[in-house]
Design a protein around this ligand. Structure first.
Ligand code: SF4
Ligand code: SF4
Length: 166
């Protein structure tokens, strides 16, 4: 730091200047305005993650993908709960009722409140069965409501397939 920076006063004045500039421009549709009338106005320009080219890699609520026959794609390999740093995925594997795989998830739950949205489950899945979606405004009236079960995760797939194709 220079001597001027070391006394902080010029930096504090510069900081106030930036705050005032944002304050006055936020009243109009100015370049730096960030205020939105949510939920009437929703944010569509989602932040890009990890240097991606668009927001398709935004890490929001999970979905469980379906295969071409509409079945859950997951083969209950347990890779995602093993790698999950938040320990928020709970799977109960069972013998598959279909002859093209050995196992399937009889029960699949993700605690969306414990999740840190790191995306490691998506990276670890060998069959692209679990993905994070652009859905960011999920709410629940209780903690239990935020534990998404298999049906809820498949429903997220159904409503996001057009926004984030596989
Ligand atoms: S995004 Fe990360 S924390 Fe969340 S369920 Fe996947 S691995 Fe776990
Ligand atoms: S990694 Fe994929 S296939 Fe394995 S349990 Fe998780 S979602 Fe299922």
């Amino acid at each position: 730091m220079t001597r001027a920076e070391a006394v902080y006063i010029p930096e504090i004045i510069k900081g106030f200047g930036t705050t005032l500039r944002h304050f006055f421009t936020s009243f109009g549709q100015g370049r730096t305005s960030r205020a939105m009338q949510y939920p009437e106005v929703r944010r569509e320009d989602l932040p890009v993650v990890d240097g991606g080219l668009n927001a398709s890699n935004f890490r929001g609520v999970h979905r469980l993908n379906r295969d071409e026959r509409g079945r859950v794609k997951c083969v209950a390999c347990m890779m995602c709960p093993t790698i999950c740093p938040a320990r928020c995925i709970h799977i109960e594997a069972a013998e598959s009722p279909w002859d093209d795989r050995e196992k399937y998830p009889a029960k699949f739950e993700i605690d969306e409140l414990r999740c840190i949205y790191c995306g490691m489950c998506e990276e670890a899945c060998p069959v692209d069965a679990i993905e994070l979606t652009p859905v960011y405004d999920v709410v629940g009236g209780s903690r239990q409501e935020m534990v998404f079960d298999k049906e809820k995760l498949l429903h997220v797939y159904d409503v996001t397939i057009n926004r984030k194709p596989m």
